[in-house]
Design a protein around this ligand. Structure first.
Ligand SMILES: [Zn+2]
Length: 300
């Protein structure tokens, strides 16, 4: 057993901001799907001038909802946790409306090799206008708030979490979510990076995590630890299945994921590839082509 319990209830109404912490409001974009849950969460930070974290998809009603929630306060900063379309496609329009500066991990680092499928341009937008390139530890300051960027690659190479300094709040994007596990899709997504980035959060003492999809996470360390154990457990389960003769990703799918919803077979497949790659990197298994779901995997 993986021992994970997902929190799939979420109190919200589309278009209505809800307060998550003092000076932090969440709006849910109307782009619900099997991969985005109820939709992308957009956060407004501040009491005076505002930062918007993840403007969300390109959607006029969501843009209007963000501007309405700002209630006349200037939006001076737009931050992106990562360049997936459901987080940044709405950035251009919000920037044009507000004149805010945009902040994210830089373009160059975002141009990792892309393959077809879940991490192709269908999912990633490398072309949004970036005013300020962030690195691990960068600080972004507004009138009454200060955020620090934490580089947390794994789900995407450019993924950042943002801590709201002095509050115990961390905006964790798609790195950790309560409603489901994060998709780690090679080649952009890397399981070794992902697990290292979980360890980075585990070493912190945050009080509240606000993810890119789904409800707030009120026990950050416990949740992060459970996800880390889940990944280690899955590595082990795969290794064991390979030792027992289930020797390709295609054959592993029904063994590792029983009763899989057909909407998420694609996500499960790439996740398996990420684990096989992780096992190969550590010399526990060998596979000539981790990008092929029919390549033979050998336990070492
Ligand atoms: Zn997302």
């Amino acid at each position: 057993m993986s021992g994970l319990s997902f929190k799939t209830e979420m109190q919200f109404a589309y278009g209505e901001p809800s307060e998550m912490a003092p000076g932090v409001h969440r709006l849910v974009a109307p782009n619900a799907s099997p991969l985005t849950f109820k939709g992308t969460n957009t956060y407004l930070v501040g009491m005076g001038s505002l930062a918007v974290i993840d403007p969300g998809p390109e959607d006029q009603t969501h843009l209007d909802a963000i501007l309405k929630a700002a209630a006349g306060r200037p939006i001076t900063h737009i931050l992106a946790t990562h360049a997936h379309r459901d987080h940044v496609d709405g950035l251009d329009a919000l920037r044009a409306k507000t004149g805010a500066k945009t902040y994210a991990f830089p373009h160059t680092a975002r141009q990792a090799p892309r393959s077809a499928g879940i991490v192709g341009s269908e999912y990633t937008n490398h072309d949004f206008p970036l005013d300020v390139a962030l690195a691990h530890g960068s600080r972004i300051e507004g009138e009454d708030w200060q955020l620090t960027a934490l580089h947390t690659p794994g789900h995407a190479p450019d993924h950042l979490c943002f801590t709201l300094n002095g509050t115990g709040v961390v905006f964790c994007g798609d790195h950790v979510m309560a409603w489901n596990t994060t998709v780690v899709a090679p080649p952009e997504g890397r399981m070794s990076d992902y697990m290292r980035s979980l360890e980075l959060l585990l070493a912190r003492d945050d009080e509240l995590m606000l993810p890119g999809h789904g409800g707030r996470i009120t026990a950050p360390r416990r949740t992060v630890k459970a996800y880390l154990l889940h990944r280690r457990w899955r590595d082990q389960a795969i290794l064991e299945a390979v030792r027992n003769g289930t020797d390709t990703v295609r054959k592993l799918i029904p063994v590792i994921y029983r009763d899989l919803d057909k909407n998420v077979v694609g996500a499960a497949t790439v996740s398996l590839r990420a684990h096989v790659e992780h096992l190969a990197e550590r010399g526990l298994a060998a596979c000539d082509d981790t990008s092929s779901i029919d390549a033979t995997i050998v336990a070492l």
